[in-house]
Design a protein around this ligand. Structure first.
Ligand code: AMP
Length: 292
């Protein structure tokens, strides 16, 4: 049965017990809760590779802008515990905001350059909030391995940079994006979508598929690919494009002709709900492969 832990002290005691069992490895899945199958796929991956699986559920106020959905963000801890239990999560760490931030932190993490593009450009301060909370969670939980979803590929790049720069002894694993049958990437925010918006939301995935098809036909010009992707998204009447970009991955540097690994990333508001999706394209000579 999944055990819920609310305080840092409680976890530290548990951690000492776990580490006395020689060689036991802790796999960690940080989340903001309202779990769906995407989150659970990360937990399953952790379950396969670690002895003890810890999932955190914490909606981190530091990573939300003043106009964003911190207050409305969906919450249901009871349901989350049931779901986590189903896939064998051993512990849920669900601290309060006061537990994590008893006072306004004077020490925060600032990750430069790769945070200035894509979601970082649209959401100033977002990735510093993510870096700060993930750094705190790594110090608290002390996992051997942490699992993140490709759905938030820029977040993965940012965390990997932070782990490398600050020498966190944590191995980072990226798991594939888990999708609904029609291709929409699962997200806790999908509950905001009204029925008509839900149908239109598939254009993000369709835009990625269009880029994939063109690349398989040999197209490598970034502007051509982006124009095509934009055309696909524009077919949804409620779509309001925040960005569609292709950058080198994971550095997120500019590129105009694709001859190396890139990310195709987009953020689109559908009926007011901001959705993101991406595809990583791996390029070796003339060969391309896609992670979508
Ligand atoms: P969140 O609760 O949205 O902060 O997400 C927690 C973790 O789950 C992050 O590492 C996300 O990238 C990952 N995640 C969210 N949605 C998906 C998905 N559809 N497929 C795979 N991983 C996901």
């Amino acid at each position: 049965m999944t055990q819920v832990i609310y305080t840092i002290e409680e976890w530290r005691t548990k951690y000492e017990e776990i580490k006395q069992l020689k060689g036991s490895r802790i796999g960690f899945v940080p989340t903001m809760g309202y779990l769906h199958d995407g989150h659970l796929s990360l937990a399953c991956e952790a379950k396969q590779n670690a002895d003890v699986v810890v999932m955190s559920i914490f909606i981190n106020p530091l990573q939300f802008g003043p106009e964003e959905d911190y207050e409305q963000y969906p919450r249901d801890l009871e349901r989350d515990v049931e779901q986590a239990d189903r896939v064998g999560v051993d512990y849920i760490f669900a601290p309060s905001v006061e537990e994590m931030y008893p006072t306004k932190p004077k020490t925060t993490v600032k990750i430069q350059e790769i945070t200035e593009r894509l979601c970082g450009a649209s959401r100033p301060g977002h990735f510093d909030g993510v870096g700060t909370v993930v750094s705190k969670l790594f110090h608290i939980i002390q996992p051997d391995t942490a699992y993140f979803g490709q759905k938030d590929a820029q977040q993965v790049a940012v965390i990997q940079q932070m782990v490398q720069d600050l020498n966190f002894p944590v191995h980072i694993v990226t798991c594939p994006t888990f999708r609904e049958d029609d291709g929409l990437a699962m997200s806790s925010r999908n509950v905001y979508l009204k029925e008509k918006d839900r149908q239109e939301a598939v254009v993000l995935f369709e835009a990625l598929q269009r880029v994939k098809t063109l690349m398989l036909e040999g197209e490598r010009d970034v502007k051509t690919l982006l124009d095509e992707a934009q055309d696909v998204v524009s077919q949804a009447p409620s779509a309001d494009i925040d960005y569609i970009h292709i950058y080198r991955y994971p550095s997120l540097e500019d590129i105009s002709y694709i001859d190396t690994d890139v990310i195709v990333a987009l953020a689109v508001r559908i009926g007011g709900t901001r959705l993101i999706d991406n595809m990583i394209v791996e390029v070796v000579g003339k060969e391309v492969s896609f992670r979508v």
